[in-house]
Ligand binder design. Structure first.
Ligand code: CUA
Length: 167
């Protein structure tokens, strides 16, 4: 008979405990997905990333929906956002619709509550109102590879240029 590696009694307890805990986690993941329909925090539906250029994301950018309503479609990809610069008038009430061309990215826009996970095959949706003119930096906050740190952009909110003079 071969000599067996000695495993201490308590070490074996802990090994088994870890296996049981991982089993519970995995089971709850499956139960959550199958029984409760848990899914990534995306609300805008699904799409085929191989057909992005035939979808509503073929020409991402700002669309004026009337009044102060705007829609911004963005594509996140390694390692940039398209578009990376967005111009909006002050007071714009913006719905962001964002998807990924490749891997999972994130979108966080400063001075807003927008903090999205951008999952390929899904559209993430969020809304924000930009009252104050200025620059709002946005960035990817899900590690997505070598140039993750360089994946950012800016929203430039401009004072509404109306016919009125002075302040
Ligand atoms: Cu994209 Cu990090």
């Amino acid at each position: 008979m071969q000599q067996q590696i000695h495993v201490d009694k308590y070490e074996r307890y802990w090994l088994n405990a870890v296996i049981v805990v991982l089993g519970i986690f995995f089971a709850s993941l499956i139960v959550g997905a199958v029984v409760y329909g848990a899914h990534p925090t995306v609300e805008g539906g699904t799409l085929n990333i191989l057909k992005l250029d035939e979808s509503e994301f073929a020409s991402p950018g700002v669309r004026h929906m009337g009044g102060n309503q705007y829609e911004v479609r963005m594509v996140a990809q390694t390692w940039s956002f398209v578009p990376a610069e967005i111009r909006l008038p002050a007071g714009a009430d913006v719905t962001f619709l964002v998807t990924s061309r490749d891997v999972t990215h994130g979108l966080m826009i400063e001075d807003t509550l927008i903090n999205l996970q951008i999952v390929p095959g899904h559209t993430s949706e969020a809304r924000a109102v930009f009252e104050e003119p200025g620059e709002y930096v946005f960035q990817c906050h899900e590690y997505c590879g070598r140039n993750h740190h360089a994946m950012h952009g800016v929203i430039i909110v401009e004072e509404e240029t109306t016919a009125t003079d002075g302040e």
